[in-house]
Design a protein around this ligand. Structure first.
Ligand code: PLP
Length: 355
């Protein structure tokens, strides 16, 4: 017996979300709306006649159609995944060849580079500047120079909160000889989606998720939108029963109420605006601090005290994400926002005493 793990796995440990018990969770950019009772009653109906003994629909037809109708696109361009996470893994592992290079623009969602490394696809990391914006010309130039086969990025971006206008993204797609994977996980909070024109390009995959604005992170459902040739390939390589039937039926039922979903999104945006305003005021006097503009449901704050503040908030039962000298704070309910703002205010005062 002699089996040792491949060296690419050295030091890897299971993904740990912010650990601990918190009364206020503003660390994962989830929707702060849970389902209301009238909607739950409909879901009970689904369970009462549900075929637990049957395999799911391979193509997730009904939920695909509802999702497509919600966004006004063609359901034939969609592939369903067990969260967009599964689709990212699928794109890297199946659409890319052995050893083909992937470009990411850091900081960005860490999963693009993570899955690429597992699949042994070298990752070219292009760093963003101080303003955390994407320099399109630089991306085009480096993608060409490095001969990358795929460029992954989120728009608007997690964790920066910032977005590229449509015209810039179009220019990128047209200018690179690579597959562009455009992750629009937060586009429900902005208005610069390319979903409506996805089949104009033969090198574009747009990822969308039900985990953020749609408020269904627990159910694990994401979609890849792409022109037919790519869609056929994605459907061919995916695990056949990747999205369970309960998820398909529940999301399809919820999407029968587009007005409910849009109302939640609008309320989250109002919350985000209040949070952004309050954080800007709170950090205005702090040395070397910066609150970045946002087109998402969270706010990124750069501060030399990020680690100390994250710990202080944690002690008060409030979870936020610390990333490389920044705090990423999701917009929550009025009470949750007030809790995090009050705790930050206290901790900033404490810090003054300490220094
Ligand atoms: C949250 C998030 C997702 C969603 O992933 P799921 O697997 O669908 O929950 C995808 N991309 C980015 C950038 C995200 O922040």
């Amino acid at each position: 017996m002699s089996y040792s793990l491949h060296e690419k796995l050295a030091g890897l440990t299971p993904y740990e979300p912010v650990a601990g018990t918190f009364s206020v969770r503003l660390d994962a950019n989830e929707s702060y709306f849970n389902f209301p009772d009238w909607l739950r009653m409909e879901l009970y109906e689904i369970i009462s006649t549900f075929a637990f003994n049957r395999y799911p629909d391979v193509s997730a037809k009904t939920v695909r159609e509802r999702f497509a109708a919600f966004y006004g696109i063609d359901p034939d361009l969609l592939t369903a995944g067990n969260g967009s996470d599964e689709l990212i893994m699928l794109i890297v592992s199946a659409l890319l060849g052995k050893g083909e290079k992937v470009m990411v623009i850091a900081p960005d969602f860490s999963m693009y580079g993570f899955y690429s490394r597992i699949c042994e696809n070298p990752v070219v990391v292009l760093p963003k500047g101080d303003d955390l914006l994407i320099d399109i010309d630089e991306v085009i130039r480096r993608a060409d120079e490095e001969g990358v086969r795929a460029v992954f990025f989120s728009n608007p971006c997690n964790p920066t909160g910032q977005g590229l206008k449509r015209e810039q993204v179009r220019r990128l797609i047209r200018s690179v000889k690579a597959l562009v994977v455009l992750d629009e996980a937060y586009m429900d909070f902005w208005d610069q989606s390319l979903l409506g024109e996805v089949d104009d390009y033969d090198n574009l995959i747009i990822l969308r998720t039900c985990s953020k604005a749609l408020g269904m992170a627990s159910l694990r459902l994401g979609f890849a939108a792409a022109y037919p040739k790519i869609t056929t390939a994605l459907r061919a390589v995916k695990s056949p029963y990747n999205v369970n039937s309960l998820t398909q039926e529940i999301v399809a039922a919820v999407l029968k109420y587009p007005d409910y979903v849009r109302t939640c999104t609008n309320r989250i945006l109002e919350s985000r605006d209040r949070l952004y305003g309050a954080l800007s005021a709170l950090f205005a006097g702090e040395k070397d601090a910066r609150v970045y503009p946002t087109c998402t449901n969270f706010v990124l704050v750069k501060t030399p005290s990020s680690l100390r503040l994250m710990k202080a908030l944690g002690e008060k039962g409030i979870a936020v994400r610390e990333l490389n000298g920044c705090l990423r704070i999701s917009a929550g309910s009025k009470a949750e926002n007030e809790a995090v703002l009050a705790a930050l205010k206290d901790s900033l005062k404490e810090g003054e005493k300490g220094e």
